[in-house]
Structure formats: C-alpha cells, structure tokens
Design a protein around this ligand. Sequence first.
Ligand code: PRT
Ligand code: ZN
Length: 285
Amino acid sequence: MNTLKIAIQKSGRLSENSKKLLEECGIKFSNGISVLKTKAYNFPVEVLFLRDDDIPQYVEQQVADIGILGENMVYEKDKDVTVVEQLGFASCRLSLAIPREDTYNGPSWFMNKKIATSYPKLLTDFLSNNNVTAEIEEISGSVEIAPGIGLADGICDIVSSGSTLMTNGLKEVETLLKSQAVIIACKNLDEEKLAILNSLLFRIRAVKNAKENKYILLNAPESAIDRICAILPGMKSPTILPLAEKGWCSLHSVVKEDQFWERINQLKEAGAEGILVIPIEKMIR
Ligand code: PRT
Ligand code: ZN
C-alpha cells in the first residue's frame, strides 16, 4: 500500500509539537534519537526527521510528500509547494530591530545601513516594497548580537517573547511576517496519497477543534436556562436534564473556551452553579 511521507523537524522548536500532533491523531511510530525515518505502525505514513530549512525543497522534489514547519521558513525558501493547514503552534514573527537608543522614523531608517539576517529573501522583499536600499549581511545564527559586535546596524530575525532583543539592547520596529507552524504539501500528490493526506487533515482538525472547545456542565434553576443560553452563544441546543431537586436542571453543552472565560461572571449572576469544564479529546463537526 502507498504511504504518505511526512517530513518533520528532527530536533528544535517544532519537533516535540509535530510529534505530539501526529500522536494525538492516533498515529503511532517509534522515535529513537538516531532514527532518520520511521514507518507508523497503524496508519499509512512514514515520518522523516530533517532540518527545517531542508523541508520545503524536499517537499517540492517529493522526497517527502508533506512537511510540518514554520511559515517563516516556507515563505523564505519560496519553493513550489502548497500550504494546506495552519497548526496553531510555534507562533512567532519576523521583525526588524534596531539599537534601543536610536530614534526610529520609519523604514527609511534602514537606508544605506547594514542588516544582519537569516531571512534574505523576505528582507529583500520588504526593503524593495519600501524603496529602501540596504546591505544584507546573511548569517545563520545568533543574529541578535550582530549590532553589539559592530557587524550590522540592525537585524531582521524571529521574535517570540521579545526577551532576546531586550537582552541585546535592541527594539522591534517593523513586523514583516506573522508565523505559525503549517503543513505544506507537494503539488503532485497522486490520488492515493491525497486520500491519506485528507484523512490525516480530518484527524488534525478534530484535534484542533477539541483543543479550542470545552464540554461544560452546570446546574441552574429552570427559570434561568433561557438567559444562560443567551450568554453562551455556542449553546445552540444544549442538553437539559432535570435534577432530583424540583425546579432545577443540569445543562450540558460544548463551548469555545475563550468565550466561556469571558462570560463566567455573567453565568454565575444568571444563576449557574456547580459549573464543570471538561477537556474534549477529539471533536468531529
Ligand atoms: O536545526 P534546524 O535548522 O532544524 O532548526 P533551527 O535552529 O533553524 O530552528 P528552530 O528550532 O530554532 O526554530 C524552528 C521554527 O520555530 C522557526 O522557523 C519558527 O517558525 C519557530 N519559532 C517560534 C522560533 C521561535 N519561536 C523563536 N523564538 N524560531 C526561533 N526563535 C528564536 C529566534 O531566532 C531568536 O533567537 O528565539 C529567539 C527569540 O525568542 P524570544 O522569545 O526571546 O523573542
Ligand atoms: Zn533551521
């Protein structure tokens, strides 16, 4: 039987979440430190462990059929692949930063300056869109120290919390791209591989939906049920069961977690009691 080859990062910021995602989709595979590829026991996929920089090219050439990596790398490498799903982890942004004490007056600050980066393509695009001519110093790591050691005037690098910029005396002045982990796919997948990809995407969406939603149970007087349903718009047709105590009932539904937290006080004011919020493992719409 045909198998779908999935490239994931061997070791780095994306590795654990990529493996966890496949495991949450019920895909079981062995994962020794020195293993470079492995077949899943119970799903027609083979997992290849690679450097994230190589994944776009391998997917374009169909060495791997699909890959999991950051959008920053996808758009920097600019290969002929399709982004098929955003995964919601490894959120970060590609930003320009300059010494903290400098006054920033817009992209023209970078005119005729030297910028250190590992993202020459995305930086070149940004500079040309803003009619700025600058020298790009391409380096592969520790970009943030470049201004401090006199290698560059500013940097263009990935920012997450911002603390690396702060420790290196830099401030963020422009965001070029917001990024998260995505699945990319080769454009030439045959029907059998497409069918496997679709069943994988089905499982991934079930896992993602489950994470965003919670199963909620609460008790309330019958007279409060209409108000409670109006407070939580997700509760279109909740299950309502009578309690042993007359005039009271138990209400069960699925709600978006962020909506629940925003409205918890209103729920209590409306008469909800004994509220339980329970994680959902998989959710199929
Ligand atoms: O070895 P390999 O080439 O596979 O890995 P790598 O070292 O190139 O990549 P890795 O593991 O560092 O990052 C993989 C992907 O994680 C990136 O391409 C991004 O999509 C995503 N990601 C999410 C990040 C960060 N957050 C992040 N904070 N990638 C890098 N960083 C670095 C950044 O370069 C900077 O040095 O963290 C520092 C900034 O972090 P803060 O929190 O101090 O702002
Ligand atoms: Zn890399």
